[in-house]
Design a protein around this ligand. Structure first.
Ligand code: SF4
Length: 148
């Protein structure tokens, strides 16, 4: 475990409070990447075909699909609530355990300060967090198989 990650060696508590702040664009972090299974699940959510969902809601950038933003925030965010919560993308399911967040300074100054779910709910062990981070790397490459 690198020095910056030692802060979660005893695990971290997190439980979504549903306030939608993680869905609001943070400048350079304003992207929601979609795996094949994310697109398939969301297409089913809207009762449309995969190709229709892809054409209507995504753009492809550097070979990766991401949600198309009409405004600066996620198009599925309505009144600070996720409109597709049960079908939300893997990226959203794994908040706040994202590689760019797992540095003690970033965690303390940005993530804990911003997200009311940090420090609440169940304890995620360091091993679980590492596992999520490892899967996340696969999804960043947009794995087309698996349960993402
Ligand atoms: S899909 Fe839902 S959880 Fe993900 S960023 Fe959009 S509103 Fe938030």
């Amino acid at each position: 475990m690198s020095k910056g990650k030692r802060f979660f060696k005893n695990g971290l508590r997190f439980e979504c409070q549903g306030d939608g702040r993680c869905c609001i664009s943070r400048g350079r972090y304003g992207y929601v990447y979609l795996s094949f299974n994310d697109r398939r699940r969301l297409a089913k959510h809207f009762s449309i075909s995969l190709s229709e969902f892809t054409a209507r809601y995504t753009i492809k950038s550097d070979g990766l699909y991401e949600l198309k933003y009409v405004d600066k925030d996620c198009p599925f965010l309505k009144n600070n609530q996720c409109g597709v919560y049960e079908s939300r993308p893997w990226q959203c399911r794994t908040w706040p355990f994202w590689p760019e967040n797992m540095d003690s300074a970033v965690w303390d100054q940005e993530i804990s300060a911003r997200c009311p779910g940090i420090g609440r709910g169940r304890l995620y062990s360091a091993e679980e967090i590492e596992e999520i981070l490892a899967k996340k790397k696969d999804v960043a490459g947009i794995a087309v198989s698996g349960s993402f």
